[in-house]
Design a protein around this ligand. Structure first.
Ligand code: SF4
Ligand code: SF4
Length: 58
């Protein structure tokens, strides 16, 4: 499961563009991942420039 570090995201949108299943939702000051769609590919974890996202075992 991908965990979002609270208060760290600067909403640049980079992770949204790499997600192969479009499960990252970015609003003005909110980022959300639909875990029921996420395939745990970790692309968003690697692409985030400020390490907001991390892979945690469920
Ligand atoms: S791990 Fe992959 S599928 Fe899940 S949110 Fe990140 S880019 Fe999308
Ligand atoms: S790439 Fe990182 S900083 Fe940019 S929107 Fe995604 S989680 Fe936030």
């Amino acid at each position: 499961m991908i965990e979002i570090a609270e208060g760290k995201c600067d909403f640049c949108g980079t992770c949204v563009g790499v997600c192969p299943v479009d499960c990252i939702e970015l609003q003005e000051a909110l980022i959300r991942i639909d875990h029921s769609i996420c395939i745990d590919c970790d692309l968003c974890v690697f692409i985030c420039p400020i390490e907001v996202l991390s892979h945690v075992d469920e």
